[in-house]
Ligand binder design. Structure first.
Ligand code: CMP
Length: 149
């Protein structure tokens, strides 16, 4: 079953959006497989965003991610990587559709509330980075019949 890595960034935590965000993924029908509230240090944030190290906004992005706790999660379900990105909305909140998380709750690309893996390959890498301890094994009873094909 497909999995994705989702992170509620420090602004999302500070603004009290944890419950709202979890609720949107739950209501869609995805299953929460791992969750933790963590402060990450600079080397860890730099590793997570290594692909962006050449970007002019890289240092600011790292500063932002280490500025307060983040909520790291793994969500599972059919098509969760692409559909998770749809639920989140476009990277620039001003280009995000209303009804998406960024479209509803953000206006600044540098404070865009949430991160979601952009591909199945990135999800695998990010889940391994953020959850080296492994994740809980359980299956939603809903999914056992939905996914039977
Ligand atoms: P995220 O989905 O976490 O992936 C990379 C992040 O880089 C992105 O969300 C934004 O937070 C950040 N980002 C992308 N483009 C810019 C930009 N032009 N200025 C500042 N931050 C950016």
């Amino acid at each position: 079953m497909e999995r994705t890595f989702i992170m509620i960034k420090p602004d999302g935590v500070q603004r009290g959006l944890i419950g709202e965000i979890i609720s949107r993924f739950e209501k869609k029908g995805f299953s929460l497989k791992a969750l933790k509230l963590v402060n990450v240090d600079r080397p860890f944030a730099e590793k997570h965003y290594a692909d962006l190290s050449a970007k002019p906004f890289f240092n600011g992005l790292v500063e932002y991610i280490i500025s307060g706790p983040v909520v790291a999660m793994v969500w599972e379900g059919k098509g969760v990587v692409a559909t998770g990105r749809k639920i989140i909305g476009a990277t620039n909140p001003l280009a995000s559709e209303p009804g998406t998380i960024r479209g509803d709750f953000a206006i600044d690309i540098g404070r865009n509330v949430i991160h979601g893996s952009d591909s199945v390959e990135s999800a695998t890498k990010e889940i391994a980075l953020w959850f080296p301890e492994g994740i809980v094994s359980w299956q939603s009873s809903l999914h056992s019949w939905i996914y039977e094909e």
